[in-house]
Write a protein of this length. Structure first.
Length: 368
C-alpha cells in the first residue's frame, strides 16, 4: 500500500509536470508583435483580437499575437516603415497617411463602393492574386495579410451641415479622394489621423469630419460633434494588416497556408462585423450615449423632402468629385512604374464578380 508520503510525492510530481508542460507550451509559442494605432474597442479591435485567438488555435499554439494599442509602438503615419524595418511583426496600416507607400492598395479607393462585403473581398482578391500588387508590398519589405474598411462615409460636424452653402468654408477632416471632394465643393480639407480628430473637433480646429459609424462610436466623437449628415459616400478600403516580409519567410509552409486562410477569413469577418454593427451603432447613437444624442436633420416631416433633396444634391456632388479625384491615383501609380490601368481594370472586375455573387447568393454569413 502506498504511504501517505509516497502519495503526496506522486501528487506533487504530477502537479509539477502539468505546470512544466504548460510553461513549455507557452515557451514554444512564437509571439508576434502587433501594432495598432487605435483604441482597444470597436469592430477593428474585435477582429484583431479574433485573429490572435484563431492564430493560436489554428497553429496548435505555435503562433500568437502580442497586441499594442493606441499607437504606443507604431502610429498611423509610420506603421508601414515600422513593419518593414522590424519594429513590429504586423501592424494596422493606412497608406494614405504615408504618401508613396503601398500605392497599389489605394486603387480600391478610386471607386465609390458602399457595400462592405463587395469592396473588401474585391480588394483582398486583388492584393493577394495580382502580381504587381504583391510586388508593390514586397518592395517595401511587407506582405499583405488582411483588409479593413471604414464602412460608408458620413459627415459628422459641430454644427448643422445639410447643403453645399453650409459646407462652404468649413474645415473638414478628410483624406485622399474624400478630401479632394470636399475641397471641390467649398470646404477646406484637413488631413489628420483618427486619434487626433476628437481633440480637433473639441477645440474647433476643424468643423467636421468625414467619419464612419464605428469610428464615431469607438473614438467617442459624438461627445464633441453631435450633428450627422448621412451622405453615404463610399468606404475607405485601401488599408488593413501587413506583416514583415522576413517574418513571413521564416514560417513553415503549413504556417504560411494557415496565415493565408486566416487573412481571408479575417477580411470576411470584418465585412460581416462592419455590416452588422453599422446599423446597431447608429441606432444606439440616435437613442443617446452617455446622455448625448446625435442630431439628424431630416427628422422633421415638414422639412424631410426638402432636406432629402439638398442632401441628395450634396451627396451627388461629393461622390462625383471623389471619383474624379480618385482618378488622380492613376498618375501617381504610373510614376512609380505600376500598371495603373491593369490594376484598376482587375479591381473593377473583382467588384463586379462579388457584387453579382452577393446579389445571387446573398452574404456568406447569412447562410450559416
Amino acid at each position: 500500500m502506498m504511504s501517505r508520503i509516497t502519495k503526496l510525492a506522486a501528487v506533487t510530481l504530477a502537479a509539477a509536470t502539468l505546470v512544466a508542460s504548460a510553461s513549455l507550451a507557452q515557451a514554444q509559442t512564437r509571439v508576434l508583435r502587433y501594432a495598432d494605432f487605435g483604441p482597444d474597442r470597436g469592430s477593428r479591435a474585435e477582429v484583431i483580437k479574433w485573429m490572435d485567438s484563431e492564430m493560436r488555435a489554428r497553429s496548435d499554439g505555435a503562433l500568437g499575437l502580442d497586441i499594442t494599442w493606441g499607437g504606443t509602438l507604431l502610429g498611423a503615419k509610420n506603421a508601414i516603415d515600422g513593419v518593414g524595418n522590424g519594429v513590429a511583426d504586423l501592424a494596422s496600416v493606412v497608406p494614405v497617411y504615408e504618401p508613396g507607400k503601398l500605392t497599389a492598395w489605394r486603387v480600391s479607393d478610386v471607386r465609390q463602393i458602399a457595400d462592405e462585403y463587395v469592396g473588401m473581398m474585391a480588394t483582398y482578391e486583388l492584393m493577394t492574386q495580382n502580381e504587381a500588387a504583391i510586388k508593390n508590398f514586397a518592395d517595401q519589405g511587407v506582405r499583405y495579410v488582411s483588409n479593413f474598411t471604414t464602412g460608408p462615409t458620413q459627415l459628422l460636424s459641430r454644427e448643422q451641415i445639410t447643403n453645399l452653402d453650409e459646407l462652404k468654408g468649413k474645415k473638414v477632416r478628410a483624406t485622399g479622394s474624400f478630401g479632394k471632394a470636399f475641397e471641390a465643393n467649398g470646404a477646406a480639407a484637413v488631413s489628420m489621423s483618427q486619434p487626433d480628430v476628437y481633440q480637433a473637433l473639441s477645440t474647433g480646429t476643424i468643423d467636421g469630419t468625414a467619419s464612419y459609424a464605428y469610428v464615431i462610436n469607438s473614438y467617442k466623437q459624438y461627445e464633441v460633434a453631435t450633428h450627422l449628415t448621412t451622405i453615404d459616400m463610399g468606404q475607405n478600403l485601401g488599408w488593413g494588416i501587413v506583416m514583415n516580409g522576413r517574418v513571413w519567410d521564416s514560417f513553415s509552409p503549413e504556417q504560411q497556408t494557415m496565415m493565408t486562410e486566416l487573412g481571408h477569413d479575417a477580411t470576411l469577418y470584418m465585412a460581416q462585423k462592419m455590416y452588422e454593427d453599422r446599423t446597431q451603432i447608429m441606432d444606439t447613437l440616435r437613442a443617446g450615449v452617455d446622455g448625448i444624442t446625435i442630431v439628424e436633420h431630416d427628422g422633421d416631416p415638414a422639412k424631410f423632402q426638402f432636406l432629402k433633396m439638398i442632401k441628395k444634391a450634396m451627396k451627388s456632388a461629393l461622390i462625383e468629385a471623389a471619383e474624379s479625384a480618385g482618378m488622380e491615383w492613376m498618375g501617381g501609380a504610373r510614376d512609380q512604374g505600376l500598371p495603373a490601368d491593369d490594376l484598376l481594370a482587375a479591381f473593377d472586375a473583382a467588384v463586379a464578380k462579388y457584387h453579382k455573387e452577393m446579389e445571387v447568393q446573398g452574404y456568406p454569413w447569412a447562410k450559416k
